[in-house]
Each structure stands twice: as structure tokens, then as C-alpha cells.
Design a protein around this ligand. Sequence first.
Ligand SMILES: Nc1ncnc2c1ncn2[C@@H]1O[C@H](COP(=O)(O)OP(=O)(O)OP(=O)(O)O)[C@@H](O)[C@H]1O
Length: 264
Amino acid sequence: MTMIRTSSAEPIMAGPGASPAIEVADLVKDFKAGRAVDGVTFTVARGSITGLLGGNGAGKTTTIAMIMGLVLPSSGRVRVLGYQMPEQSAEVLGRVNFESPYVDMPMRLTVRQNLTVFGKLYSVPDLKARIAELADDLDIAGFLDRPNGKLSAGQKTRVALAKALINRPELLLLDEPTASLDPDTADWVRQRLLDYRRRHGATILLASHNMLEVERLCDRVIIMKRGRIEDDDTPAAIMARYNRNTLEEVFIDVARGRTQETAS
Ligand SMILES: Nc1ncnc2c1ncn2[C@@H]1O[C@H](COP(=O)(O)OP(=O)(O)OP(=O)(O)O)[C@@H](O)[C@H]1O
């Protein structure tokens, strides 16, 4: 285990398994139009799959962007794999990756060229072999030499997943990983994510509007509303607390302001 001194007086424990995958404390983000994240605190255990739920504008994407160090918090603290973000981001970014259907890869580059660029950014060793392995695992070998702009939504998602896994990340952050996919392809993507977690012991944090997906994938659910955490527990415990059989019903209760006591 390594002790690292940072600008803050407190040392950070940075050894393998020494700290949670993510620690977020009193996180706040103010934009000109108002407060997007309003004092959020949670930790994510290594090897877990955690779902970040909440209605449109609840603050999920902003929270994930602050965890990645892409958006600077107005106040509060983020640690990823034991390192303080964004100050120590250089220590962790190679061990983390991200996927969102709303962030396109360069359209004119072929799939192989895209994966090569991202692989080089992550200094992936033996990159050709890694791309071949992912092409096999994610069934993209048939269109490796096609421009990204000429792929269907389902094919693009598989390529985006290949990009997200190229550096064998210990922590994977996903923003609606199955948005706009047909149920069969969405199920296939979920299975790949479960396989990846099982094989590599990776941690996954995902924002999703698909409640069945969250019930199926997640060990734990954090529900956000207007920038704050409304609930945080296992899917089963949350459904029991709201006296509901599905997370979809809980989501609607939370969105419509029904409390755990009044929901029935
Ligand atoms: N770059 C930005 N500049 C100004 N306001 C922003 C910015 N990014 C997000 N916001 C605002 O912050 C709030 C939270 O947005 P965010 O995208 O984090 O929510 P979300 O929970 O991910 O929503 P959705 O489910 O619709 O993707 C919203 O009111 C949004 O308009």
C-alpha cells in the first residue's frame, strides 16, 4: 500500500483494494442557471454495480462528469480508486473508462482507426491483439474497417463498448448504456457488462432510465432528485421500503413526491 501526500493535509491510501472505487463527499455543482448537484455524498465499493437513477435534470450526468474530473465541482470532494479528483486524475484516468450513447466517436474514422486512437491514448500494450480480442468478444469483427458514421445504432453501441473496455478499466462509468437499443441488443450489452465485471472484478457505476435494467444489473441503487440523494440502498430494500414490486413504481413515487410512508 502506498501513502500519497497531496496538497490537502490528509494522506490518501492508494494501495490495491485499500479504498472504495468512488468516494464522493458533500459534492456541489452550480451552473449559471442554478444548482445541478446539491450536497451529494456516497461511496461505491470495488467490484459492485451501482445504478444512479433520477428524472431528467436530476444531476446524474453532472455527478458522473465530476467523478471523471471533466467538470469541476463548486465544492466538495471526489476520490477515485483512492486518488483525489481532479488534482490526481493523471494517476487514475488510465484505470477508468466511460461510455455514453450521447458522445459520438469521430464519424469518418473506421472502427479500427477509432479503437487504435483510443488504445494509444490509454497506452494499451499489444494494441492489435487487444482490438482483435474485443472484436471477437463484442462481435464487431465484420465492420472493423467501416467508418463509424456508417454504423447502425446497435453497431455503434457495441463499438462504444469496445472503446470503453479497451484499457481493461477497473472502474467503468456508463451514462444510459442501452439507450435507443432494441430489447435483444440491450440484453446482450447487459450480459457483456456482467461478464466483464465477473472476469475482471471491475466496478461499474451507471446512470439509467431503464428500471428493469437496473433491477437486473445493480447491487445497489442511488436515487437522485433535484441534485440531492433521495434514497440509497439495494433494489430489494428500496422496493420493500416503498411497498412496491418494481423500481419503476418507486421511480414514479419519487418523481411525484410520494414519500416512503405515503406510497402504498
Ligand atoms: N454544462 C452545463 N451548463 C449549464 N447547466 C447544465 C450543464 N450541464 C447540466 N446542466 C443543468 O444541470 C441540471 C442537471 O443536469 P444533468 O444533465 O446532470 O441531469 P441528468 O440527471 O443527467 O438528466 P437526464 O436524465 O435528462 O440526462 C439540469 O438542470 C441541466 O440543465
